[in-house]
Write a protein that binds this ligand. Structure first.
Ligand code: ATP
Ligand code: MG
Length: 174
């Protein structure tokens, strides 16, 4: 995509309902289809899902996970370290000039768990080059982020089969 062709905005997908990560993936596919360069970065994401198999197989855009392995087995120090790595990587990718769409999946969970400060997220938002679209996802987006974003969607749970005891289904939840 030629520079200046596109005013990059900041989108936030939050809320307790299902659909935040999958909405970001859908947006990434749409962007890729239109020739935009996409990078999808995941904070504290241990579970491997169909999207990772898809990305490895077709290599259309990268999905970079920080947080491989069982998150419950890790110390707070390890999680903090992984979040720091994800944050530094995200910052570099965003300002590199290599990407038109940068997705920071579950960044709000990293904040909520105490591994990333509100100021660090605001710094990222302020650092965003004008031609980059930034999408951030995760439950519990901070109010200050909501205030500063251009587009905010809250997924609201009306029903979720987990409440009825349905287990995670391969290809749907992961
Ligand atoms: P998805 O990845 O399916 O788009 P999400 O990103 O909105 O979901 P997360 O908050 O990241 O959801 O939760 C991660 C996992 O929990 C996913 O497997 C997701 O399907 C599942 N999930 C999402 N919302 C709910 C809910 N309200 N109750 C139970 N499980 C949920
Ligand atoms: Mg998610």
């Amino acid at each position: 995509m030629a520079e200046g062709q596109f005013d990059g905005l900041i989108q936030v997908y939050t809320g307790d309902g299902k659909g935040k990560t999958t909405a970001a993936l859908g947006q990434a596919i749409r962007a890729y289809g239109q020739g935009l360069k996409v990078i999808f970065i995941q904070f504290l994401k241990s579970q491997s899902g169909g999207e990772h198999i898809f990305a490895d197989k077709f290599k259309l855009f990268e999905i970079i996970r920080f947080g491989k392995g069982d998150l419950f087995q890790k110390s707070e120090q390890e999680l903090l370290q992984e979040t720091r790595e994800a944050y530094e990587f995200a910052k570099k990718a965003m300002v590199s000039g290599k990407y038109d769409l940068v997705v920071l999946d579950e960044i709000f969970i990293a904040h909520w768990r105490g591994f990333l400060s509100l100021q660090q997220i605001i710094d990222l938002m302020q650092m965003k080059p004008g031609n980059v679209e930034l999408i951030m996802t995760g439950r519990k987006a901070p109010q200050e982020v909501v205030k500063r974003a251009d587009l905010v969607t809250e997924m609201l749970v009306i029903k979720h089969p987990f409440a009825e005891g349905v287990q995670q289904r391969r290809g749907i939840e992961y």
